[in-house]
Design a protein around this ligand. Structure first.
Ligand code: ATP
Ligand code: MG
Length: 183
């Protein structure tokens, strides 16, 4: 599985539609303070199902919608589209017949978030499970936030264990067990 494209529309500072092509290998994003580098990574985490507004540096999830500036009006929705190349067939079994995965998350003011996987409406859980099984996702240790290393050093053992479990790819199993126990 390879992320190939990230499209943002109305997400945080990306008010105009922005199309980021991700090539194989190392990609660097450089720019002055406040230009939106962290917002880009937050968009990636958000489309994978992040549901904590604080992880998006906001008080509520609607804070990810472009809030307007002196010269531009606020937007009513934000949308992020993640395109994934699955020609290596490494996506979880349920999605394994597709060469490409298109995950879209859209949030509208007062209407909350809606997800689509390959054009079909999906639940937040479906998207979260897709990435949990693929050992990536909103809480993946592969995504390191600004300031996260110092948080890790100061973390309690239980929090550190969760990070190791995510890295080992077993957090999807825990989520399923939790769901089974609720039934
Ligand atoms: P640094 O180099 O300091 O880490 P950065 O490139 O990571 O900076 P970001 O934190 O991604 O920058 O972007 C911050 C900018 O995004 C701020 O100017 C902030 O006003 C803007 N921003 C965040 N949320 C919104 C929103 N909902 N609407 C409009 N602008 C927003
Ligand atoms: Mg930053």
């Amino acid at each position: 599985m390879q992320f190939t494209r990230l499209r943002l529309n109305g997400f945080k500072s990306f008010t105009d539609p922005t199309d980021l092509v991700i090539h194989r290998g190392l990609t660097g994003v450089v720019g002055p303070n406040g230009c939106g580098k962290s917002n880009l990574l937050e968009a990636l985490r958000w489309v994978m199902g992040e549901n904590r507004p604080t992880a998006m540096r906001g008080a509520g999830m609607e804070d990810v919608i472009f809030a307007g500036t002196d010269t531009r009006g606020a937007r009513h929705f934000a949308e992020v589209h993640l395109q994934i190349d699955n020609t290596d067939r490494l996506a979880p079994a349920a999605f394994n017949d597709a060469d490409q995965l298109d995950i879209v998350r859209r949030i509208t003011r007062d209407a909350g978030s809606a997800y689509k996987i390959n054009g079909k409406e999906a639940r937040a859980r479906d998207v979260q499970m897709l990435f949990a099984d693929a050992s990536t996702g909103a809480h993946s240790p592969a995504l390191v936030r600004q300031g996260q290393i110092s948080e890790l050093i100061n973390a309690k053992p239980k929090a550190r264990r969760r990070i190791l479990e995510e890295a080992a790819g077993i957090s999807g199993l825990y989520q399923r067990r939790h769901e089974a126990e609720l039934r």
